[in-house]
Design a protein around this ligand. Structure first.
Ligand SMILES: O=C(CO)[C@H](O)[C@H](O)COP(=O)(O)O
Length: 175
């Protein structure tokens, strides 16, 4: 994290897939993180932990595993800056996208709209050529790049980044 902070002024988002994430808030703030994502399933104090992240000067995000319902967010929207919908089960790269996640993204988009909130929806897991367009239609605004996009084997990082940018913008791909 420290090395990454030295080489970029871009916002750095850290996604903590650990239990008791509250133990790591200050550590990641000190190393230069701008946004900290915690899992709803990983803490018994979701509201308090999000509030602590914001109080430490970072944006606070909640990641929801595929089986976790959206209503866990009902009482934390006031301490939340973005939501990460996991579109695979967390653990490792290269898994298949879970198709029911499209409707989960759309449902969250409707909830946010009904509440008058403009929090971005981020999607994580098998995000690439086959899934970006539909995630965007459902309401996603942030896309996590993994082996399905920016680290896709067989192409350079630059080629993959260009391709992914085109997909997110909704442009045509020629290959
Ligand atoms: O958090 C993850 C899995 O736990 C990864 O971000 C993601 O799955 C990696 O990308 P891809 O699915 O494109 O290989």
């Amino acid at each position: 994290m420290k090395r990454t902070r030295e080489i970029t002024t871009k916002p750095i988002e850290v996604h903590l897939m650990v239990e008791q994430p509250e133990q790591f808030i200050n550590l990641f703030r000190q190393t230069g993180a701008d946004r900290l994502t915690i899992h709803a399933e990983a803490t018994t104090n979701l509201q308090g932990t999000l509030a602590q992240i914001q109080a430490a000067g970072m944006q606070a995000g909640v990641a929801l595993n595929p089986a976790t319902p959206l209503d866990v967010l009902d009482y934390v929207y006031d301490v939340l800056d973005y939501v990460v919908i996991m579109t695979v089960n967390p653990g490792f790269a290269g898994q298949a996208f879970i198709p029911t996640m499209y409707s989960k993204i759309a449902q969250l988009n409707t909830i946010l709209h009904d509440r008058g909130l403009t929090l971005p929806i981020e999607v994580d897991g098998s995000i690439g050529k086959q899934t970006i367009a539909q995630c965007k239609i459902a309401g996603a605004q942030y896309f996590v790049g993994g082996t399905s996009s920016v680290y896709h084997p067989g192409k350079t990082l630059t080629e993959n980044v260009t391709m992914t940018q085109q997909l997110i913008k909704g442009g045509c791909l020629d290959g």
